[in-house]
Design a protein around this ligand. Structure first.
Ligand code: GFB
Length: 366
């Protein structure tokens, strides 16, 4: 056994809300929370949804990110390793309690049933914990405690209420974190470093597929789910990741439709403006190509013909791969993302951590 038991206890959760961008936001908050409570964070797998499949897939944390750089910030262990090496001793089956803020109702619930978290009810909840054969014997409602460790003394309240002896692992039904990520936790992105597969994948693509020279990276979020989500713009001050450009208190403006969804014409106009600007401000980095990531329409034809006269080519991956898209966007000479999308937000935070420039579609408002 190469793992020593952490006398301060452990904390884990199901990334049960949203897809990758949402889960990444939640991860940063959970990491900060685990550190504030001084418990080792058990790194959950990423939850993925594949077309035509009902059950979620759980993909090991380290498939996409290296574990070691996280250790510089706080103690972490892969969930598979914790379950294989430590769970029997640290978290015996009779101590497996699920945590939720308050009772969560179940569809199958019988009348007069005890209040519970129903941590394994439905997808992705059930398949997630089943991946490691985890069943819960009880539920614990932690309300009114919360996760805002930056603006309150709540961490010590958690410690006082849940001592390590009786509560060796705090296992949360959902992430112990806010969405979108708290401002204070954005900088933790620097500890999230791509695994060699994606580092090398991005490097090889840039070296072998893109023409020699600088490139602009674009994120075009325009699938049908996004069109629908953007309809909520009119009812709110913020939507998903929009604080990343508008400011968490709307210091830089309020939400407007074009921030969420743009026309082809405005995309072409803004891209040309950015290319001219990079040519002026970074004359050594001549833009030779544009790399487009998208969940639906990459606009390859439209962008290619618009940039033809500037001798700039437009590229996308042959095969859909959101993680490789992200890793490549992170390395572009300039990035233009969608302010409302948490997928774009991932790229923006990574680039900020390297001091690389980024901007957002239709921001600031024209
Ligand atoms: O990452 P995500 O939470 O970002 O979810 P948003 C969007 C998913 O769509 C990604 C795919 O995880 C990818 O699987 N996707 C988006 C992409 N952009 C790209 C891309 O450029 N390339 C590839 N290959 N795939 C919001 C969610 O998504 O969407 C909300 O935050 C809600 O929960 C809303 O579901 C409708 O923040 O963009």
């Amino acid at each position: 056994n190469t793992y020593e038991r952490d006398p301060n206890g452990y904390l884990t959760y199901c990334p049960c809300m949203g897809r990758f961008g949402n889960q990444a936001d939640h991860f940063l908050g959970s990491l900060a929370f685990a550190r504030a409570l001084n418990r080792t964070l058990i790194l959950p797998p990423w939850v993925e949804y594949r077309k035509g499949e009902l059950r979620s897939h759980q993909v090991s944390f380290e498939t996409y990110f290296d574990v070691e750089p996280l250790q510089k910030y706080h103690r972490v262990i892969l969930m598979s390793e914790f379950m294989d090496q430590l769970a029997e001793e640290v978290w015996p089956v009779e101590k497996r309690v699920s945590f939720c803020y308050m009772e969560r109702k179940s569809l199958q619930q019988e009348k007069n049933q005890d209040k519970q978290c129903h941590a394994k009810d439905g997808n992705p909840f059930g398949p997630f914990w089943d991946t490691y054969n985890i069943d819960f014997v009880a539920s614990e409602f932690y309300g009114p405690l919360h996760f805002d460790v930056h603006h309150s003394a709540v961490a010590s309240k958690w410690q006082a209420k849940y001592d390590v002896e009786s509560w060796p692992v705090l296992a949360f039904t959902g992430a112990p974190a806010s969405f979108p990520v708290q401002l204070e936790n954005c900088e933790l992105q620097k500890h999230l470093q791509w695994s060699s597969k994606y580092r090398e994948g991005a490097r090889d693509y840039i070296k072998n597929i893109l023409p020699r020279g600088a490139f602009v990276g674009l994120h075009l979020r325009n699938g049908i789910d996004w069109v629908r989500a953007c309809e909520h713009v009119k009812d709110s001050q913020h939507l998903f990741a929009s604080p990343q450009c508008l400011g968490y208190r709307n210091e830089r403006g309020s939400l407007y439709p074009e921030l969420c969804m743009q026309t082809k014409e405005s995309i072409v106009r803004q891209l040309k403006r950015v290319i001219k600007n990079v040519r002026q401000t970074q004359p050594k980095n001549e833009i030779k190509s544009v790399f487009v990531a998208s969940d639906a329409n990459h606009l390859i034809k439209e962008l290619s013909s618009a940039l033809n006269r500037m001798n700039i080519t437009v590229h996308k991956l042959d095969k859909d791969d959101p993680y490789l898209d992200l890793a490549i966007l992170g390395q572009s000479n300039h990035f233009i993302g969608n302010c409302v999308s948490s997928f774009s937000a991932f790229v923006k935070r990574e680039r900020d951590s390297h001091g690389f420039p980024s901007s957002f579609w239709s921001f600031p408002k024209e």
